[in-house]
Design a protein around this ligand. Structure first.
Ligand SMILES: NC(=O)c1ccc[n+]([C@@H]2O[C@H](COP(=O)([O-])OP(=O)(O)OC[C@H]3O[C@@H](n4cnc5c(N)ncnc54)[C@H](O)[C@@H]3O)[C@@H](O)[C@H]2O)c1
Length: 312
């Protein structure tokens, strides 16, 4: 099976490429190295599998480059590329709009034109729902950040290409993801670096915001299940099992790293979710997915990865 992974050099995309290669697929990776965080970090993600004989890589920008060569012979597209993170979306709206909306539309059109795409699996986010997320996939989306708005627009494009052009699509709404290769501006990455180095760390708001964080290995497994049990037009919440607050995560990290955190508090940031736990009835019943990695095991893996990075 020949598949295309967009965002192949990113946090989630690179793990997905490795899992697909491990199960014997032929993987075409695509990434534009958008400078949201350093290219060197993304090159290091890619280095883990770039030399694999079943992997080819195209440095292309979905917003403007010709996509025909990357789509040649591709049957399954995993569209993971996007501008992630909500804070910067207040300042850099044009990059979010073009990478999350225009890029998605160009890829959808190229998929229809190629004629050979049997599955288009699209990475979306719990941020399309809004600040307090507890319901199932039928909950009315009410995003509270430009990031969430552009990702919701991307979802609508996916739906429209399914309904109007018969493209077989599936949308996966990932809930906050963590684990090795987490993006360097994400909360847990910053918490671990601060505790490790004995630096102060900032918690925005009270730290009581609740999240059902998802280990990246579980995200990848759910994505592979969405392919194996593919249902055209489907939408799934994909989240973790345990609901925890930032304060509980910090306490757990103190235990794992063996050092106290110097916690400072800052104001709540605009667009932040107060509570986000996935209702995963659909993913459980139709995909057979349940998250398997405990928060402790997942954080231990991320800490080990960051400690190894600091020694390099
Ligand atoms: N990390 C999370 O907690 C999380 C949670 C929910 C949803 N998601 C979604 O998962 C996906 C992956 O997120 P991530 O955390 O791995 O982010 P990431 O930034 O690490 O990876 C995204 C990759 O996409 C690439 N990209 C962006 N725009 C592109 C374009 N126009 N052309 C080609 N490549 C482009 C970037 O260069 C980057 O390497 C995104 O769709 C994001 O919205 C992530």
């Amino acid at each position: 099976m020949r598949c295309l992974v967009t965002g192949a050099a990113g946090f989630i995309g690179s793990h997905l490429c490795q899992a697909l290669l491990a199960q014997g697929d032929e993987v075409v990776g695509l990434d534009a190295f958008i400078p949201y965080y350093p290219r060197a970090v993304k090159e290091a993600n890619l280095a883990a599998f770039r030399a694999h004989p079943a992997f080819t890589f195209h440095e292309l920008d979905l917003r403007r480059d010709d996509l025909a060569a990357a789509l040649d012979g591709v049957e399954v597209i995993y569209h993971i590329a996007a501008m992630p993170g909500l804070l910067a979306s207040w300042q850099q709206f044009d990059v979010y709009m073009t990478c999350n909306v225009q890029a998605t539309q160009r890829l959808l059109r190229a998929a229809v034109e190629s004629g050979g795409v049997r599955q288009f699996i699209h990475a979306s986010t719990s941020s399309i729902y809004g600040s307090h997320v507890l319901g199932d996939e039928q909950t009315t989306p009410r995003p509270v950040s430009p990031y969430g708005i552009t990702k919701l627009a991307g979802e609508h494009l996916v739906r429209v290409y399914h309904e109007q052009f018969g493209l077989p699509t599936s949308i996966l709404r990932y809930f906050s993801v963590y684990g090795p290769r987490q993006r360097p501006e994400m909360g847990y990455y910053l918490f671990i670096e601060a505790i490790r180095q004995g630096q102060p760390l900032t918690v925005f708001g009270s730290g009581d915001q609740l999240r059902g964080n998802t280990y990246v290995g579980d995200i990848v497994r759910a994505t592979l299940l969405a392919h194996q049990r593919f249902e055209p037009g489907s939408v799934y919440n994909i989240g973790g099992a345990e609901e925890v607050s930032a304060n509980q995560v910090i306490a757990l990290l103190e235990e794992i790293i063996g050092r106290r955190a110097d916690v400072r508090h800052g104001p709540t940031r605009p667009g932040e979710q107060s509570r986000a736990l996935a209702d995963m009835t659909q993913a459980r019943e139709r995909l057979g997915f349940t998250p398997q990695t405990t928060l402790r095991a997942g954080l231990e893996a991320q800490v080990a990865w960051q400690l190894a990075l600091s020694r390099d």
